[in-house]
Design a protein around this ligand. Structure first.
Ligand SMILES: NC(=O)C1=CN([C@@H]2O[C@H](COP(=O)(O)OP(=O)(O)OC[C@H]3O[C@@H](n4cnc5c(N)ncnc54)[C@H](OP(=O)(O)O)[C@@H]3O)[C@@H](O)[C@H]2O)C=CC1
Ligand SMILES: O=C1O[C@H](COP(=O)(O)O)[C@@H](O)[C@H](O)[C@H]1O
Length: 597
């Protein structure tokens, strides 16, 4: 099998950034040295692992060569990092206690990634394809091994066969695709075991050691299993298969509990075996390109930040819709519902990034500190500010679509919401009185995730008569479409060309597929790479999680205690009308209703 040299691919990055439409991450040692950073640190840390693939190289440079941002991440990664919370059962040195070179020297170290729950849906659909994409882009370290771990009996060849069915190559460069797939699959192995068996994890440890071949071992475990077995798996991985001389990190999939208490209990249980800085709580929406771009949009364009407040913004909307139901995941979903599945995590995380104050730096802790602050400034959600719905069966064009409770894994009398709309408020100086509306639903008329920023009207607008009373038509709206067809567009008023004075609303439109040729990476690619590199910026810290649950827990409990009946909406519709009444109460219209949407 041809060994990859990440130093060849990742680090000689100048040609990789020849595309004039993209930003580059400056990795020229002379340039870096001129900033007073030790080249040794960069030689081992930045250049080896913080590769061209990494979103936050230590120095971010604009295409024109100017320094666009201050240093990010070096202090955070240095051995002298602050001590971490909690105790650890892991006997290996803690990450922050080890010399930096010990785990970043490409020749001497290796990364083993174990996908726990490898036989499952997420592993097949997202994790293995993302790992392959990273390999395909030469973003994984030179020495790496991937292990699948689950109870199902499988040979290495059977795992490879299963995985191979979901691998795809980048649309924009398909060269050597088959060859690369073969090489990648050759690095994938399987071990069958129970999630609560230290013995089975010891066997895994032995196999990992064989592959590590005496190199410094860095180990990443991805818990792609149902949440009720998270703690058992962490315990066994930690006690029997953690690295003896490198780092050990664990990616934990959502759900992180179902309310404040269960979330705190999960965190406490995990912290018996892991330090907080070993826990990478994943929210894959944070890995989406346009969510990642939110901070760039806000903080590196003069025109946005000055209007980013109650003075100019009337309301902000976070909209998530899917045009399919809970197909196949009804059992999981019924225990959680849409508020926990989408709002409390994905939409709230986006909201936090949208509304936070400017962080001190791009360091993970600085960003997460600001997110926690804004989350803690939010008002606990009130039941009067929530509308819930559930989809029912519908026949469209002769095809009949099952209602939520027609799913065999869902109780017939389930009141679990598959749709919710909510109005949230941030009680701080910047956002006082601005409604932050959220809407999330399954089995709706389209699949979309977007942020809509509706601006106030122009005071004393000279052209009011051209709009009549349709004030909504006259105000600006900034739309950040996270998916599909990623785009950022600003609705402006414009004179229709001609001798008369007719105005219309047009879009200043940055449609990604028209502007950028490169295929947009899947969110899991970015997050997996960050976890390998120890970049925590896009992962949820425990205090963020606590703050997020505090906002939603009371209302979730009240909805369940009072057995509030959801408003039923037909599969494929736009959802319950209650959502419109909720918005209207705050003098808001959902932005996704217009004909041009
Ligand atoms: N699928 C998705 O789209 C998403 C999933 N997630 C989260 O990711 C994690 C994995 O999801 P997904 O792959 O869908 O999960 P699965 O239900 O497919 O479970 C993954 C694997 O875990 C094992 N498993 C399943 N149920 C049990 C059980 N009751 N006891 C012990 N082992 C069990 C099975 O492997 P075996 O029997 O071989 O041991 C299964 O293949 C979950 O936490 C989920 O909430 C998050 C976002 C999206
Ligand atoms: O976390 C989840 O996300 C998916 C939607 O993710 P997307 O990246 O495809 O938009 C959702 O279907 C699922 O219910 C939820 O658990």
């Amino acid at each position: 099998m041809a060994a990859l040299s990440s130093s060849n691919h990742c680090c000689s990055s100048s040609s990789a950034y020849s595309d004039s439409s993209s930003f580059g991450f400056h990795q020229n040692p002379d340039f870096i040295q001129s900033l007073g950073i030790s080249p040794k640190k960069l030689g081992s840390k930045t250049v080896s692992l913080r590769s061209k693939c990494s979103p936050l190289s230590n120095v971010i440079q604009m295409q024109d060569g100017s320094l666009a941002s201050k240093m990010a991440g070096i202090e955070n990664e240095a051995p002298s990092r602050k001590s971490k919370e909690g105790s650890s059962a892991i006997t290996a040195p803690k990450e922050h206690e080890k010399p930096i070179d010990s785990y970043v020297n490409e020749d001497k170290s290796t990364v083993s990634i174990t996908v726990v729950g490898a036989s499952g849906d997420l592993a097949k659909k997202k994790i293995f394809p993302a790992l392959f994409a990273l390999y395909y882009e030469d973003c994984l370290p030179e020495h790496f091994t991937i292990f699948g771990y689950a109870r199902s009996k499988m040979t290495d060849a059977e795992l490879r066969n299963m995985v191979s069915k979901t691998l795809t190559c980048r649309i924009d460069k398909r060269e050597n695709c088959g060859e690369k797939m073969e090489q990648f699959l050759g690095r994938c192995f399987y071990h069958s075991g129970q999630y609560d068996s230290e013995e089975n994890f010891k066997e895994l440890d032995k196999k990992l050691k064989d592959h590590e071949a005496g190199r410094i071992s860095n180990r990443l475990f991805y818990l792609s299993i149902p949440p009720n077995i998270f703690v058992n798996a962490v315990k066994c991985a930690s006690l029997s298969a953690s690295s003896a001389n490198g780092w050990t990190r664990v990616i934990v999939e959502k759900p992180f509990g179902r309310d404040s208490e269960s979330s705190a209990a999960l965190t406490n249980a995990l912290k018996q075996y892991l330090d907080e800085d070993q826990i990478f709580r994943i929210d894959h929406y944070l890995g989406k390109e346009l969510v990642e771009n939110l901070s760039v949009l806000r903080f590196s364009n003069l025109i946005f930040e000055p209007v980013w407040s109650r003075q100019y913004i009337r309301n902000v909307q976070f909209i998530f819709s899917e045009d399919f139901g809970t197909e196949g995941r009804g059992g999981y979903f019924d225990h959680y519902g849409i508020i926990r599945d989408i709002m409390q995590n994905h939409l709230l995380q986006i909201l936090a990034l949208f509304a936070m104050e400017t962080p001190v730096s791009l360091d993970a802790e600085d960003i997460r500190n600001e997110k926690v602050k804004v989350l803690r400034s939010m008002r606990t959600l009130n039941i009067d500010d929530v509308v819930i719905g559930q989809y029912k069966s519908q026949t469209i064009g002769g095809v009949s679509y099952q209602g939520y409770t027609d799913d065999k894994t869902v109780p017939k009398d389930s009141l679990t919401p598959t749709f919710a709309a909510a109005a949230l408020f941030i009680d701080n100086a910047r956002w006082d009185g601005v409604p932050f509306l959220m809407k999330a639903g399954k089995a709706l008329h389209n699949r979309r995730a977007e942020i809509r920023v509706q601006f106030r009207r122009v005071p004393g607008n000279l052209y009011n008569r051209n709009f009549g009373t349709a004030l909504d038509r006259a105000t600006n709206e900034l739309v950040i479409r996270v998916q599909p067809d990623e785009a950022i567009y600003l609705k402006i008023n414009n004179k229709v060309p001609g001798l008369g004075m007719r105005l219309d609303r047009s879009n200043l439109n940055l449609l990604y597929k028209a502007r950028y040729e490169k295929e947009i990476p899947d969110a899991y690619e970015r997050l997996l790479l960050d976890a390998v590199e120890g970049e925590r910026r896009l992962f949820i810290r425990s205090d963020e999680l606590d703050a997020a649950w505090s906002l939603f827990t009371p209302v979730l409990k009240e909805l369940e205690a009072k057995k509030i009946i959801p408003e039923y909406y037909p599969y494929g519709s736009r959802g319950p009308v209650g959502a419109h009444y909720l918005a209207a109460r705050y003098n808001v219209k959902w932005g996704d209703l217009g004909v041009d949407e």
